[in-house]
Ligand binder design. Structure first.
Ligand code: UDP
Ligand code: MG
Length: 313
């Protein structure tokens, strides 16, 4: 019999957790599914400061399919997912949020597609019913991101997905410390199947994302994933050099023909400000890469486990 692992990263999710548990349990106890798969529900307590861990412990006491890994502090969702992937032993792994924003009933459909041979089944949040302007902005955003990145990111495709054992092992073969899962999922390739669901409101508790953290996440993704921004700096530098050469040629001819006449206050200030800005931004981008190299070479673990009820690999 094959095994299905459900990974649920949790950070301060004590309020929605029981509902989520009941809901996924109902789905996993589906008659057809149970005939073919045994399952485990692996909660990753990402250093919650509320009583998430005691809720999980209570569940584990009455249900032996409930497993957990608890971190010593908050390491972030990426670390949580990594811990789950690393220490689970399912033949199929599904990652799902703890707040029921990812409809659990899709699990059955995902498994169905897995059986047809897909190594990744991605649940995509649709933008049905959203305003046209909003749709347009996200579409443009993704078009931009995708030209800047080596891998293709899909709108609405988050972490809610099924991975086959092969796919999980491929993900684990990438040892990087700075993990940008959206990119990694895409990078490993494999045949993918996308299914859609409608956006769900969080049932309780609150989102851990602010506008600023989303912006930081976007920059992280862009920079930690490839070196295209560096390449673009080279092009930008070349472009400015080219424009400068034109300008110098133009000024030279002007001087030869008409002599020096203009007080170059405006041109000088503009050049200083523009170039200064570009240089600072470029330094920032390079700094980001250096910073990342710094973190990578330290080879720190991405998380530290405090308590668990599963054998660690
Ligand atoms: N999460 C986590 N560690 C964190 C932040 C979030 O494990 O540091 C989990 C959180 O408990 C939830 C999932 O990641 O299960 C998605 O978080 P959230 O609902 O806050 O994100 P949103 O749905 O608003 O994008
Ligand atoms: Mg959420």
């Amino acid at each position: 019999m094959k095994k299905l692992t459900l990974i649920i990263p949790c950070y301060n999710e004590s309020s929605p957790l029981i509902d989520t548990y009941n809901e996924v349990k109902r789905v996993l106890n589906d008659q057809e599914l149970k005939k073919k798969y045994s399952y485990e529900i692996l909660f990753i307590d990402d250093g919650s400061v509320d009583n998430t861990l005691s809720v999980i412990n209570d569940l584990a006491a009455i249900d032996e399919t409930v497993k957990y890994i608890s971190f010593t502090r908050n390491f972030g969702k990426e670390a949580g997912m990594l811990a789950g992937l690393k220490h689970c032993n399912g033949d199929i792994v599904i990652i799902i949020d703890a707040d029921l924003q990812h409809p659990p009933h899709l699990i059955l459909e995902m498994v169905h597609h897995y059986e047809q041979g897909y190594d990744q089944v991605i649940a995509r949040r649709s933008r049905k019913g959203e305003k046209f302007s909003r749709k347009w902005i996200t579409k443009t955003y993704y078009r931009l991101i995708n030209t800047l990145m080596e891998v293709e990111l899909g709108d609405g495709m988050g972490d809610f997905r099924l991975l086959s054992r092969r796919a999980v092992d491929s993900l684990l073969a990438m040892p990087e410390y700075n993990r940008f899962s959206k990119g990694l999922f895409s990078w490993i390739g494999f045949e993918k199947k996308v299914i859609e669901y409608e956006n769900q409101e969080r049932i309780s508790g609150e989102s851990k994302w602010s506008f600023l953290s989303l912006l930081n996440y976007a920059i992280d993704g862009l920079i930690s994933f490839n070196s295209k921004p560096l390449r673009m700096l080279i092009y930008l530098g070349l472009l400015i050099m080219f424009l400068n050469l034109l300008y110098i040629g133009f000024s030279f001819v002007n001087i030869v023909l008409f002599g020096i006449d203009l007080p170059g206050y405006f041109t000088m200030i503009s050049a200083i400000l523009l170039l200064g800005g570009i240089q600072l931004t470029s330094l920032g981008v390079i700094g980001e890469y250096v910073g990342r190299i710094f973190y990578e070479v330290k080879r720190r673990p991405a998380f530290i486990i405090d308590k668990t009820n599963i054998p660690l690999k």
